[in-house]
Design a protein around this ligand. Structure first.
Ligand code: GUN
Length: 291
């Protein structure tokens, strides 16, 4: 069993970007600039956005964090996004999800200009991804693909079972794994809360991507020997022994599943850091495509 070390791969990816940014500076060119919008004070979102801003600093990108109160109107949020669309210095815009209930995710995503949509959530970019065209790939599935590539994992012809059909992870993951590319060329089953025989499907999987948000859902009896297991889950579970008062749990019962795997991602330190690295690659691309 080999651990897929997301921290290590993300560090290497960020290091590559750092060198490219230094080159831009040497050439007197503009450095990438990410604008991140955080609405309200959801603890997990604060942590994620904080990590994104920190990664920008490490690499040498500019970043602007826009904090907005939870009560902000949808109209006002959309007008802030429009201003960022029109701001020539801003290359990438991300609005951290989830948003308060009175704000439509769909309207927000559709308002971000596709050329600045570093999350790859805009329908234009999703359409391009489905057709295998050059575009921004949503950061979590993109990060997973980068990790598979880094470890030279041969995915061709393998049966991948993706658990979860969210627009952020499961659905784009299923498309990327099936694309005619390397990594890719998988036969993909996408599963969700209405799937019959999920356990049996998983037992037939060469690759499992667990992205359903239920702590330790994937048990050893659902995994075949030698499977590759990618754990996207990262749920805060109350734990009084921790200073923070919570522990982070993946969607996979790591302790019992890991011994059966050929490769497995840990939580934390697996997919999470790769999501950040992939977002940084998208931000760099947004800047380069513009100039
Ligand atoms: N919330 C959970 N994952 C993501 C992500 O990749 N991007 C944004 N904007 N919000 C998220």
């Amino acid at each position: 069993m080999q651990i897929l070390d997301g921290l290590l791969v993300s560090r290497a990816t960020k290091e590559e970007l750092k060198i490219k940014v230094a080159q831009l500076v040497t050439e007197g060119k503009k450095v990438p600039h990410l604008a991140a919008i955080l609405v309200g004070n959801n603890g997990a979102s604060e942590t994620y956005v904080g990590a994104k801003v920190k990664a920008c600093e490490e690499i040498g990108f500019k970043s602007t964090l826009i904090r907005l109160e939870a009560e902000i109107s949808e109209f006002k949020l959309l007008s802030i996004i429009e201003d960022l669309n029109n701001d020539l210095d801003i290359d990438g815009i991300l609005v951290q999800l989830p948003l308060p209930k009175h704000i439509s995710d769909e309207k927000v995503i559709n308002t971000i200009h596709p050329s600045k949509d570093v999350d790859g959530f805009h329908p234009v970019n999703v359409g391009k991804m489905v057709q295998g065209l050059d575009t921004f790939i949503p950061a979590t599935p993109y990060g997973i693909m980068l990790m598979l590539e880094h470890y030279k994992i041969d995915t061709k012809g393998k049966h991948a079972v993706v658990i979860g059909r969210s627009n952020i992870v499961g659905r784009p993951m299923s498309i990327l794994l099936s694309q005619a590319a390397n990594p890719g060329n998988c036969t993909v089953t996408i599963t969700h809360s209405h799937t019959h025989n999920l356990e049996e499907l998983c037992r037939n999987a060469d690759i499992i991507v667990a992205a359903l948000g239920k702590p330790e859902f994937v048990k050893a009896n659902m995994v075949k020997d030698g499977a590759i297991v990618i754990d996207v889950g990262i749920t805060r579970v109350a734990d009084s022994s921790k200073k923070s008062g919570f522990a982070l749990k993946g969607d996979v019962d790591f302790k019992e599943v890991a011994p059966k795997c050929s490769f497995i991602t840990p939580v934390p330190g697996g997919v999470g850091p790769m999501t950040i690295a992939a977002l940084m690659k998208n931000t760099y691309k947004a800047c380069l495509d513009k100039n």
